[in-house]
Design a protein around this ligand. Sequence first.
Ligand SMILES: Cc1cc2nc3c(=O)[nH]c(=O)nc-3n(C[C@H](O)[C@H](O)[C@H](O)COP(=O)(O)O)c2cc1C
Length: 337
Amino acid sequence: MKNLLFEPLEIGPVRLENRVVAAPVATGTSTREGLPTADTLAAHALIAESGVGLSVVEHHAVHKDGRTRLRQPLLDREEVIPYQRKLYEVYATANCPAFIQLNHAGSLINDEEMLNGNFIPYGPSPIRHPYCHLYVMPRAMAIKEIEAVTAQFAEAAKLALRAGYPGVEIHGCHGFLIGQFLSPLTNHRSDRYGGEIKNRARLLFEIYEAVRDSIPGENPVAVRLGVADTMPQKPPAGLTVEESKWVARELAAKKVSLLDLSGNLCGYEGTGNAYFAPYAEAIKEVAGSVPVICTGGINDAETAENLLREGICDLVGLGRILRRDPETVNKWSKERR
Ligand SMILES: Cc1cc2nc3c(=O)[nH]c(=O)nc-3n(C[C@H](O)[C@H](O)[C@H](O)COP(=O)(O)O)c2cc1C
């Protein structure tokens, strides 16, 4: 039987040699000014050489207020370019395609030091983030601030390309800013960014369009979408799969290059094998020709191969297993060839 895991796939001009994606995993190794360090390069070299078809490089904040931690890399200014070129070179040298993930944390601050000084985090509404372990009461963003964040994503995408990356991924999950707008639990706005899903998804669509327009048409723009606020086995509350199917359909119509799926306010830590497979399957139904990545609890080649064979997704994402054992893909390859 044909082995789907090691089939190539083209995303625009980017050729993936197999269907395994290194999911973005923050290394916490950048300087406090958001610059990658030797430790960052070393962590990414292991992934670049791991045999994956694509790596999505850990989330980079598009503005210093949009960091979830102080030691999160920034893609916010000219100064980062030479540092980012070095990071990208790690991938280029290993012939491993890499997209870089762009994020704004909104009210999901995970670092107490971020709250020192006069900084007041912002988000869609003055609501405490349900899964933030710190006491953060955000203020509601003004329309002008929403527009500014959208422009920051577009600028970050331009910087990414100048550093060498052929594509970018917009982080729209795990309860960060875009996820806070998507969720009715954190978004109580009564303007055009709140209420029904078409309004809650407006920020995501505007960011997607601004990013798409800021870089050449052939360079891929992926979206990592938080499909629901609850895990698949839990009763729905907040953002629902049905709403996200509509969002995904719209993104597919806007020619998104790749739909990478995860949880929204529920985060990404589930139990069992391939725990987000039901969400991937639901989105795959509406994604048309847009490739779909399923990530979460995929820890063996058989599970990965079955997800592809059953048409649940086109690519499988590996997070923690690849960091524990960067030889995973090589082992899977030996097992299955
Ligand atoms: C330490 C750590 C850091 C993470 N950083 C990111 C990130 O920067 N961006 C993102 O979208 N997901 C991030 N994730 C989520 C992973 O991409 C992935 O979805 C999750 O680990 C589930 O997949 P797994 O079961 O294969 O580990 C992170 C996960 C961990 C454990």
